[in-house]
Design a protein around this ligand. Structure first.
Ligand code: PEP
Ligand code: MN
Length: 446
């Protein structure tokens, strides 16, 4: 990559990267992390990019989901298992209805740092620096906890490594075997309409598998049903950490950010001449770009050309997030510009970030209906522009939280306080996420 160095991003302005009180301590931590094992391997990243190329061609669908922000407090094997189960369930719903392979990409094993709308938080007249994610500072509202602490990076690395270890075990150790689809159910959603629909799907799949077994379908095929590929992703926000995790692949001499298979550039840090874009243009990983209402078509084209000068398929995923009422105002222009330039991209839809509101009870929430509407509007828009709506990017959890209103459980503003656990944005709970998968599968069939 022309004039790119692992640290060339430092010559550009960067937003949303904190000032650490003790630079020496930060440098010491980063120099240790630089020698830690990679979390993912270059060959895996290449494999994912190949799979993403199929999405560009309309031959696969991308499902990306997980927490807004992972936290040290919610770190538990059951939580990882439940998010994993839910993504498998959603993928199965989508695969079955669209007859397309679904690429499973978690916002997991490294999704810690957050860009915040305000650098400070004010509660009852007390003002403190905002919480920036568990790998930077603490959520507790006191002065000490809000000071960026480099040692948190060790804990985040270790949490990411053990999360990934469990995911690898789930993916390849028998848990994801399609013949065990009935074990993917999450106990607490058993009686919901989405869970009942899923049970029907399970039965149909069990019948199909029994039929194939009876026909003596060969063992190689059976082996393929036993494992899944499950990839990891996060926002490449905290560049000092991403730089420390970036390594040269000995087989090709190329740079890979080994902190995750896929990283994305947030809507607040996608400035063409900013450090985040500079960093991302030099790494081989597939890159997501969040596209919000302020993104101009011309800037989008320049961003794509800068990050993907060879127009490689699978390299760029554009994640639109306009808010359900704004899709038709902003998305067609971007689609037309990309088409006119002949750029290879995946169009994914994030129906969460443009639909965040404050509930009457004061909680940050997202009405499930707005989320569904954004997805519908985005699908319709791609259909009329002749482009492929190839992905979904959502904030969700396998837990039975009450953070987004609506859905089959009819969560109200008053219900939000009951199980509001997120460290940042409100997530769809397991019921709502599965319901969304069924609704999308209807859209895909159209
Ligand atoms: C996010 O994905 O958590 C996020 C901050 O999104 P955006 O950059 O689209 O606002
Ligand atoms: Mn978020």
């Amino acid at each position: 990559m022309k004039n790119w160095k692992i640290n060339s991003w430092r010559n550009y302005p960067v937003k949303h990267i904190p000032e650490y009180p003790d630079q020496k301590e930060l440098d010491g931590v980063l120099s240790k992390i630089k020698d830690f094992p990679p979390l993912v391997f270059a060959g895996e990243t290449r494999h994912l990019k190949e799979q993403l190329a199929d999405v560009v061609d309309g031959k696969a669908f991308l499902l990306q989901g997980g927490d807004c922000a992972e936290s040290f407090a919610e770190f538990h094997p059951d939580n990882i298992r439940d998010t994993f189960k839910l993504i498998l369930q959603m993928s199965l719903v989508l695969t079955y209805s669209a007859s397309l392979p679904v690429i499973k990409l978690g916002r997991i094993a490294g999704q810690f740092s957050k860009p915040r709308s305000s650098p400070v938080e004010n509660i009852d007249g007390v003002e403190l620096p905002s919480y920036l994610g568990d790998n930077i500072n603490g959520m507790e509202f006191n002065e000490k906890s809000r000071v960026p602490d480099p040692k948190r990076l060790f804990k985040a690395y270790s949490q990411s490594a053990s999360t990934l270890n469990l995911i690898r075990a789930f993916s390849h150790g028998g848990f994801a075997d399609l013949k065990k689809v009935h074990t993917w159910n999450l106990g607490f959603i058993k009686n919901s309409p989405a869970a009942k629909k899923f049970k029907d799907l399970e039965d149909r799949i069990a019948d199909a598998l029994a039929f194939m077994d009876a026909c003596g379908i060969n063992s190689d095929f059976n082996r393929r049903l036993k494992t899944v590929n499950f990839w990891t992703s996060h926002e490449a926000l905290l560049l000092p950490f991403e730089q420390a995790m970036t390594r040269v692949d000995s087989t090709t001499g190329e740079y890979h950010d080994t902190s995750a298979h896929f990283v994305w550039i947030g809507d607040r840090t996608r400035q063409l001449d900013g450090g985040h874009v500079e960093f991302c243009r030099g790494i081989e990983n597939p890159i997501g770009i969040k596209c919000g209402p302020t993104l101009k078509a011309e800037d989008l084209i320049n961003l794509c050309n800068k990050i993907n000068p060879n127009n490689e398929k699978g390299k760029i995923t554009l994640i639109s997030r306009f808010g359900h009422e704004n899709v038709s105002k902003f998305l067609p222009k971007l689609i037309r510009a990309i088409k006119k330039e002949g750029l290879n991209v995946i169009w994914s839809c994030d129906p969460c970030h443009g639909n965040t509101i404050k509930a009457t009870t004061g909680f940050k929430t997202r009405p499930f209906n707005s989320v569904v509407k954004e997805v519908k509007n985005v699908f319709e828009c791609h259909q009329s522009e002749g482009s492929y709506a190839g992905g979904l990017h959502i904030e969700m959890t396998g837990q039975n939280v009450t953070e987004c209103t609506g859905g089959a459980q009819k969560i109200s503003d008053q219900d939000l306080s009951s199980r509001y656990h997120t460290h940042c944005d409100p997530r769809l709970n397991a019921n709502q996420a599965l319901e969304l998968a069924f609704l999308i599968s209807d859209e895909i069939k159209k």
